[in-house]
Write a protein that binds this ligand. Structure first.
Ligand SMILES: NC(=O)c1ccc[n+]([C@@H]2O[C@H](COP(=O)([O-])OP(=O)(O)OC[C@H]3O[C@@H](n4cnc5c(N)ncnc54)[C@H](O)[C@@H]3O)[C@@H](O)[C@H]2O)c1
Length: 265
């Protein structure tokens, strides 16, 4: 199968958290490769500017504004895919928060529920809706997990547990969905330069943030942060027919975080 650069032509892909960061880069990458989009985010302003940019590639882009913690917004986004494009070929469950950075016992029950609702329950619900929407034609789902779902980070248990659970959802659905020709994979980014790191400022001063960033960076063997576009390339691959024999994996795109022995040369 030759790669003509427009491997998602006329497909429809629904992306959550498409307003900025990895989700936005993925949306634009997919639009550049011919996919129509349904983009969901909290920020109406970021969605409007995404729509303008995406439409420059000659594709359609429908918008759903709201929080994935409210499952009705996901119903609405799937409805848009059906009504406007009459099909759904791809789902990128990307919306997520970094959440609370505190010792395990200090996490409050409300915080537990909040991060589960956004990082986990919405992913589960989107995967559930995708089955019906993709039935017949088949399709592909990419769940954006994290290296934190494979290797824990100190004082970051709420995030890590949701991302580990997303990998488990991926594995289970890949088995159940294979007969319907729906592939399900997880992406595990290492540190990526996006505004999500600003959330650390809720828990530490500027010096602490810089120290944490440099520690995170040094845990990649490439000794750098990745870019949203590097994650978008992997998402596009996993959604494409180039990945036709790939399902149930948790794919690190992490600058070597997985193999790092923590030492610097
Ligand atoms: N940046 C990293 O280093 C990194 C590493 C591993 C995994 N990830 C994961 O990648 C995904 C994207 O992260 P990012 O770095 O691009 O973050 P980001 O904060 O830059 O972007 C997240 C986007 O999701 C949206 N969003 C957040 N909560 C939402 C909600 N409740 N409902 C709807 N939209 C919501 C935000 O508005 C934003 O547009 C997340 O799931 C994150 O956990 C990021």
């Amino acid at each position: 199968m030759a790669f003509d650069g427009i491997r998602h032509k006329d497909k429809c892909v629904l992306i959550t958290g498409a307003g900025q960061g990895i989700g936005r880069a993925a949306a634009l990458r997919l639009a550049g490769e011919g996919a129509n989009l349904v983009a969901l985010d909290l920020s109406a302003e970021n969605l409007e500017s995404l729509k303008t940019e995406a439409e420059e590639f000659g594709v359609g882009c429908e918008l759903a504004t709201g929080s994935v913690a409210d499952l009705a917004i996901l119903d609405q986004a799937f409805e848009l895919a059906s009504v406007r494009f009459g099909r759904l070929d791809g789902l990128v469950n990307n919306a997520g928060i970094g959440g609370y950075m505190k010792r395990f016992d200090e996490v409050e029950i409300e915080e537990f529920h909040t991060i589960v609702d956004i990082n986990l329950r919405a992913v589960w619900y989107g995967m559930k809706l995708a089955y019906g929407a993709m039935a017949g034609r088949g399709g592909a789902i990419v769940n954006v997990s994290s290296m934190a779902g494979i290797r824990p980070n100190r004082h970051h248990s709420p995030y890590g547990m949701t991302k580990a659970a997303v990998i488990s959802l991926t594995q289970h659905a890949s088995m159940d969905y294979a007969p319907a020709n729906i592939r399900v994979n997880a992406l595990c980014p290492g540190p990526v330069e996006t505004p999500i790191f600003d959330q650390m400022r809720n828990y530490m001063d500027e010096e602490g943030v810089q120290r944490a960033r440099s520690l995170v960076q040094s845990r990649t063997v490439m000794n750098r942060f990745g870019t949203p576009e590097e994650q978008a390339a992997a998402i596009s691959f996993l959604l494409s027919d180039d990945a036709s024999f790939v399902t149930g994996i948790a794919m690190p795109v992490d600058g070597g975080w997985s193999v790092s022995d923590g030492r610097r040369m």
